[in-house]
Design a binder for this molecule. Structure first.
Ligand code: SF4
Ligand code: SF4
Length: 175
């Protein structure tokens, strides 16, 4: 049975938009005056790209590969991240490691950032905390498709946004 929904009754100010326009303008003018009085210190906008916003913890930015104490990549090339990736944008070539104590490692590891949907499932799937998205990097610029396919070296060189998330530190940084 169809239910009849009564049309809400609105006053003159709402039906002509005059009242709402005045309210909107008052809000905008209020913010402008606040910025004038405080010298812009309370402005919520930043002058990008000269100024870059510090992203909150948990923000999913450009990926990075974490390092072991000896500075090598933590990744054991298990392919869990690539298997879980809904965009199928992670490509890993696994290889035997010259060090017999390490079963295998990623000979090559690439992520196509133009295909990535920044869901974070690769980070969740990793059993050894080898991949993170805590770089805080949100502006990734390039002029060709190839520039957006980041490789192992670029992923290993990417740093976390917050110092206390740099784990583990490289031997050089520990000194
Ligand atoms: S963030 Fe999501 S889409 Fe991007 S590489 Fe990870 S799993 Fe794939
Ligand atoms: S980053 Fe993690 S999940 Fe992906 S292959 Fe390496 S160890 Fe496995």
């Amino acid at each position: 049975m169809a239910i009849k929904v009564a049309r809400p009754q609105v006053g003159f100010g709402v039906s002509t938009y005059v009242g709402e326009i005045v309210k909107g303008l008052a809000l905008t003018m209020g913010h402008m005056m606040k910025n004038v009085v405080t010298g812009g210190r309370r402005m919520i906008t930043v002058s990008y790209p000269e100024q870059k916003r510090v992203m909150p913890r948990g923000y999913r930015g450009k990926h990075r590969l974490t390092l072991r104490d000896d500075g090598q990549m933590k990744c054991v090339a298990c392919q869990m991240c690539a298997t879980n990736c809904p965009a199928r944008c992670i490509k890993i070539v696994a290889s035997e490691h010259p060090d017999n104590s390490i079963e295998k490692y990623a000979l090559s590891f690439t992520i196509d950032l133009l295909e990535c949907v920044y869901c974070g499932l690769c980070v969740d799937a990793c059993p050894v905390d080898a991949i993170r998205m805590d770089s805080g990097e949100y502006a990734i610029i390039g002029t060709t498709r190839e520039e957006f396919v980041i490789n192992k070296e670029q992923l290993m060189a990417t740093q976390p946004q917050y110092e206390d998330e740099r784990h583990p530190m490289t031997p050089k940084e520990k000194k």
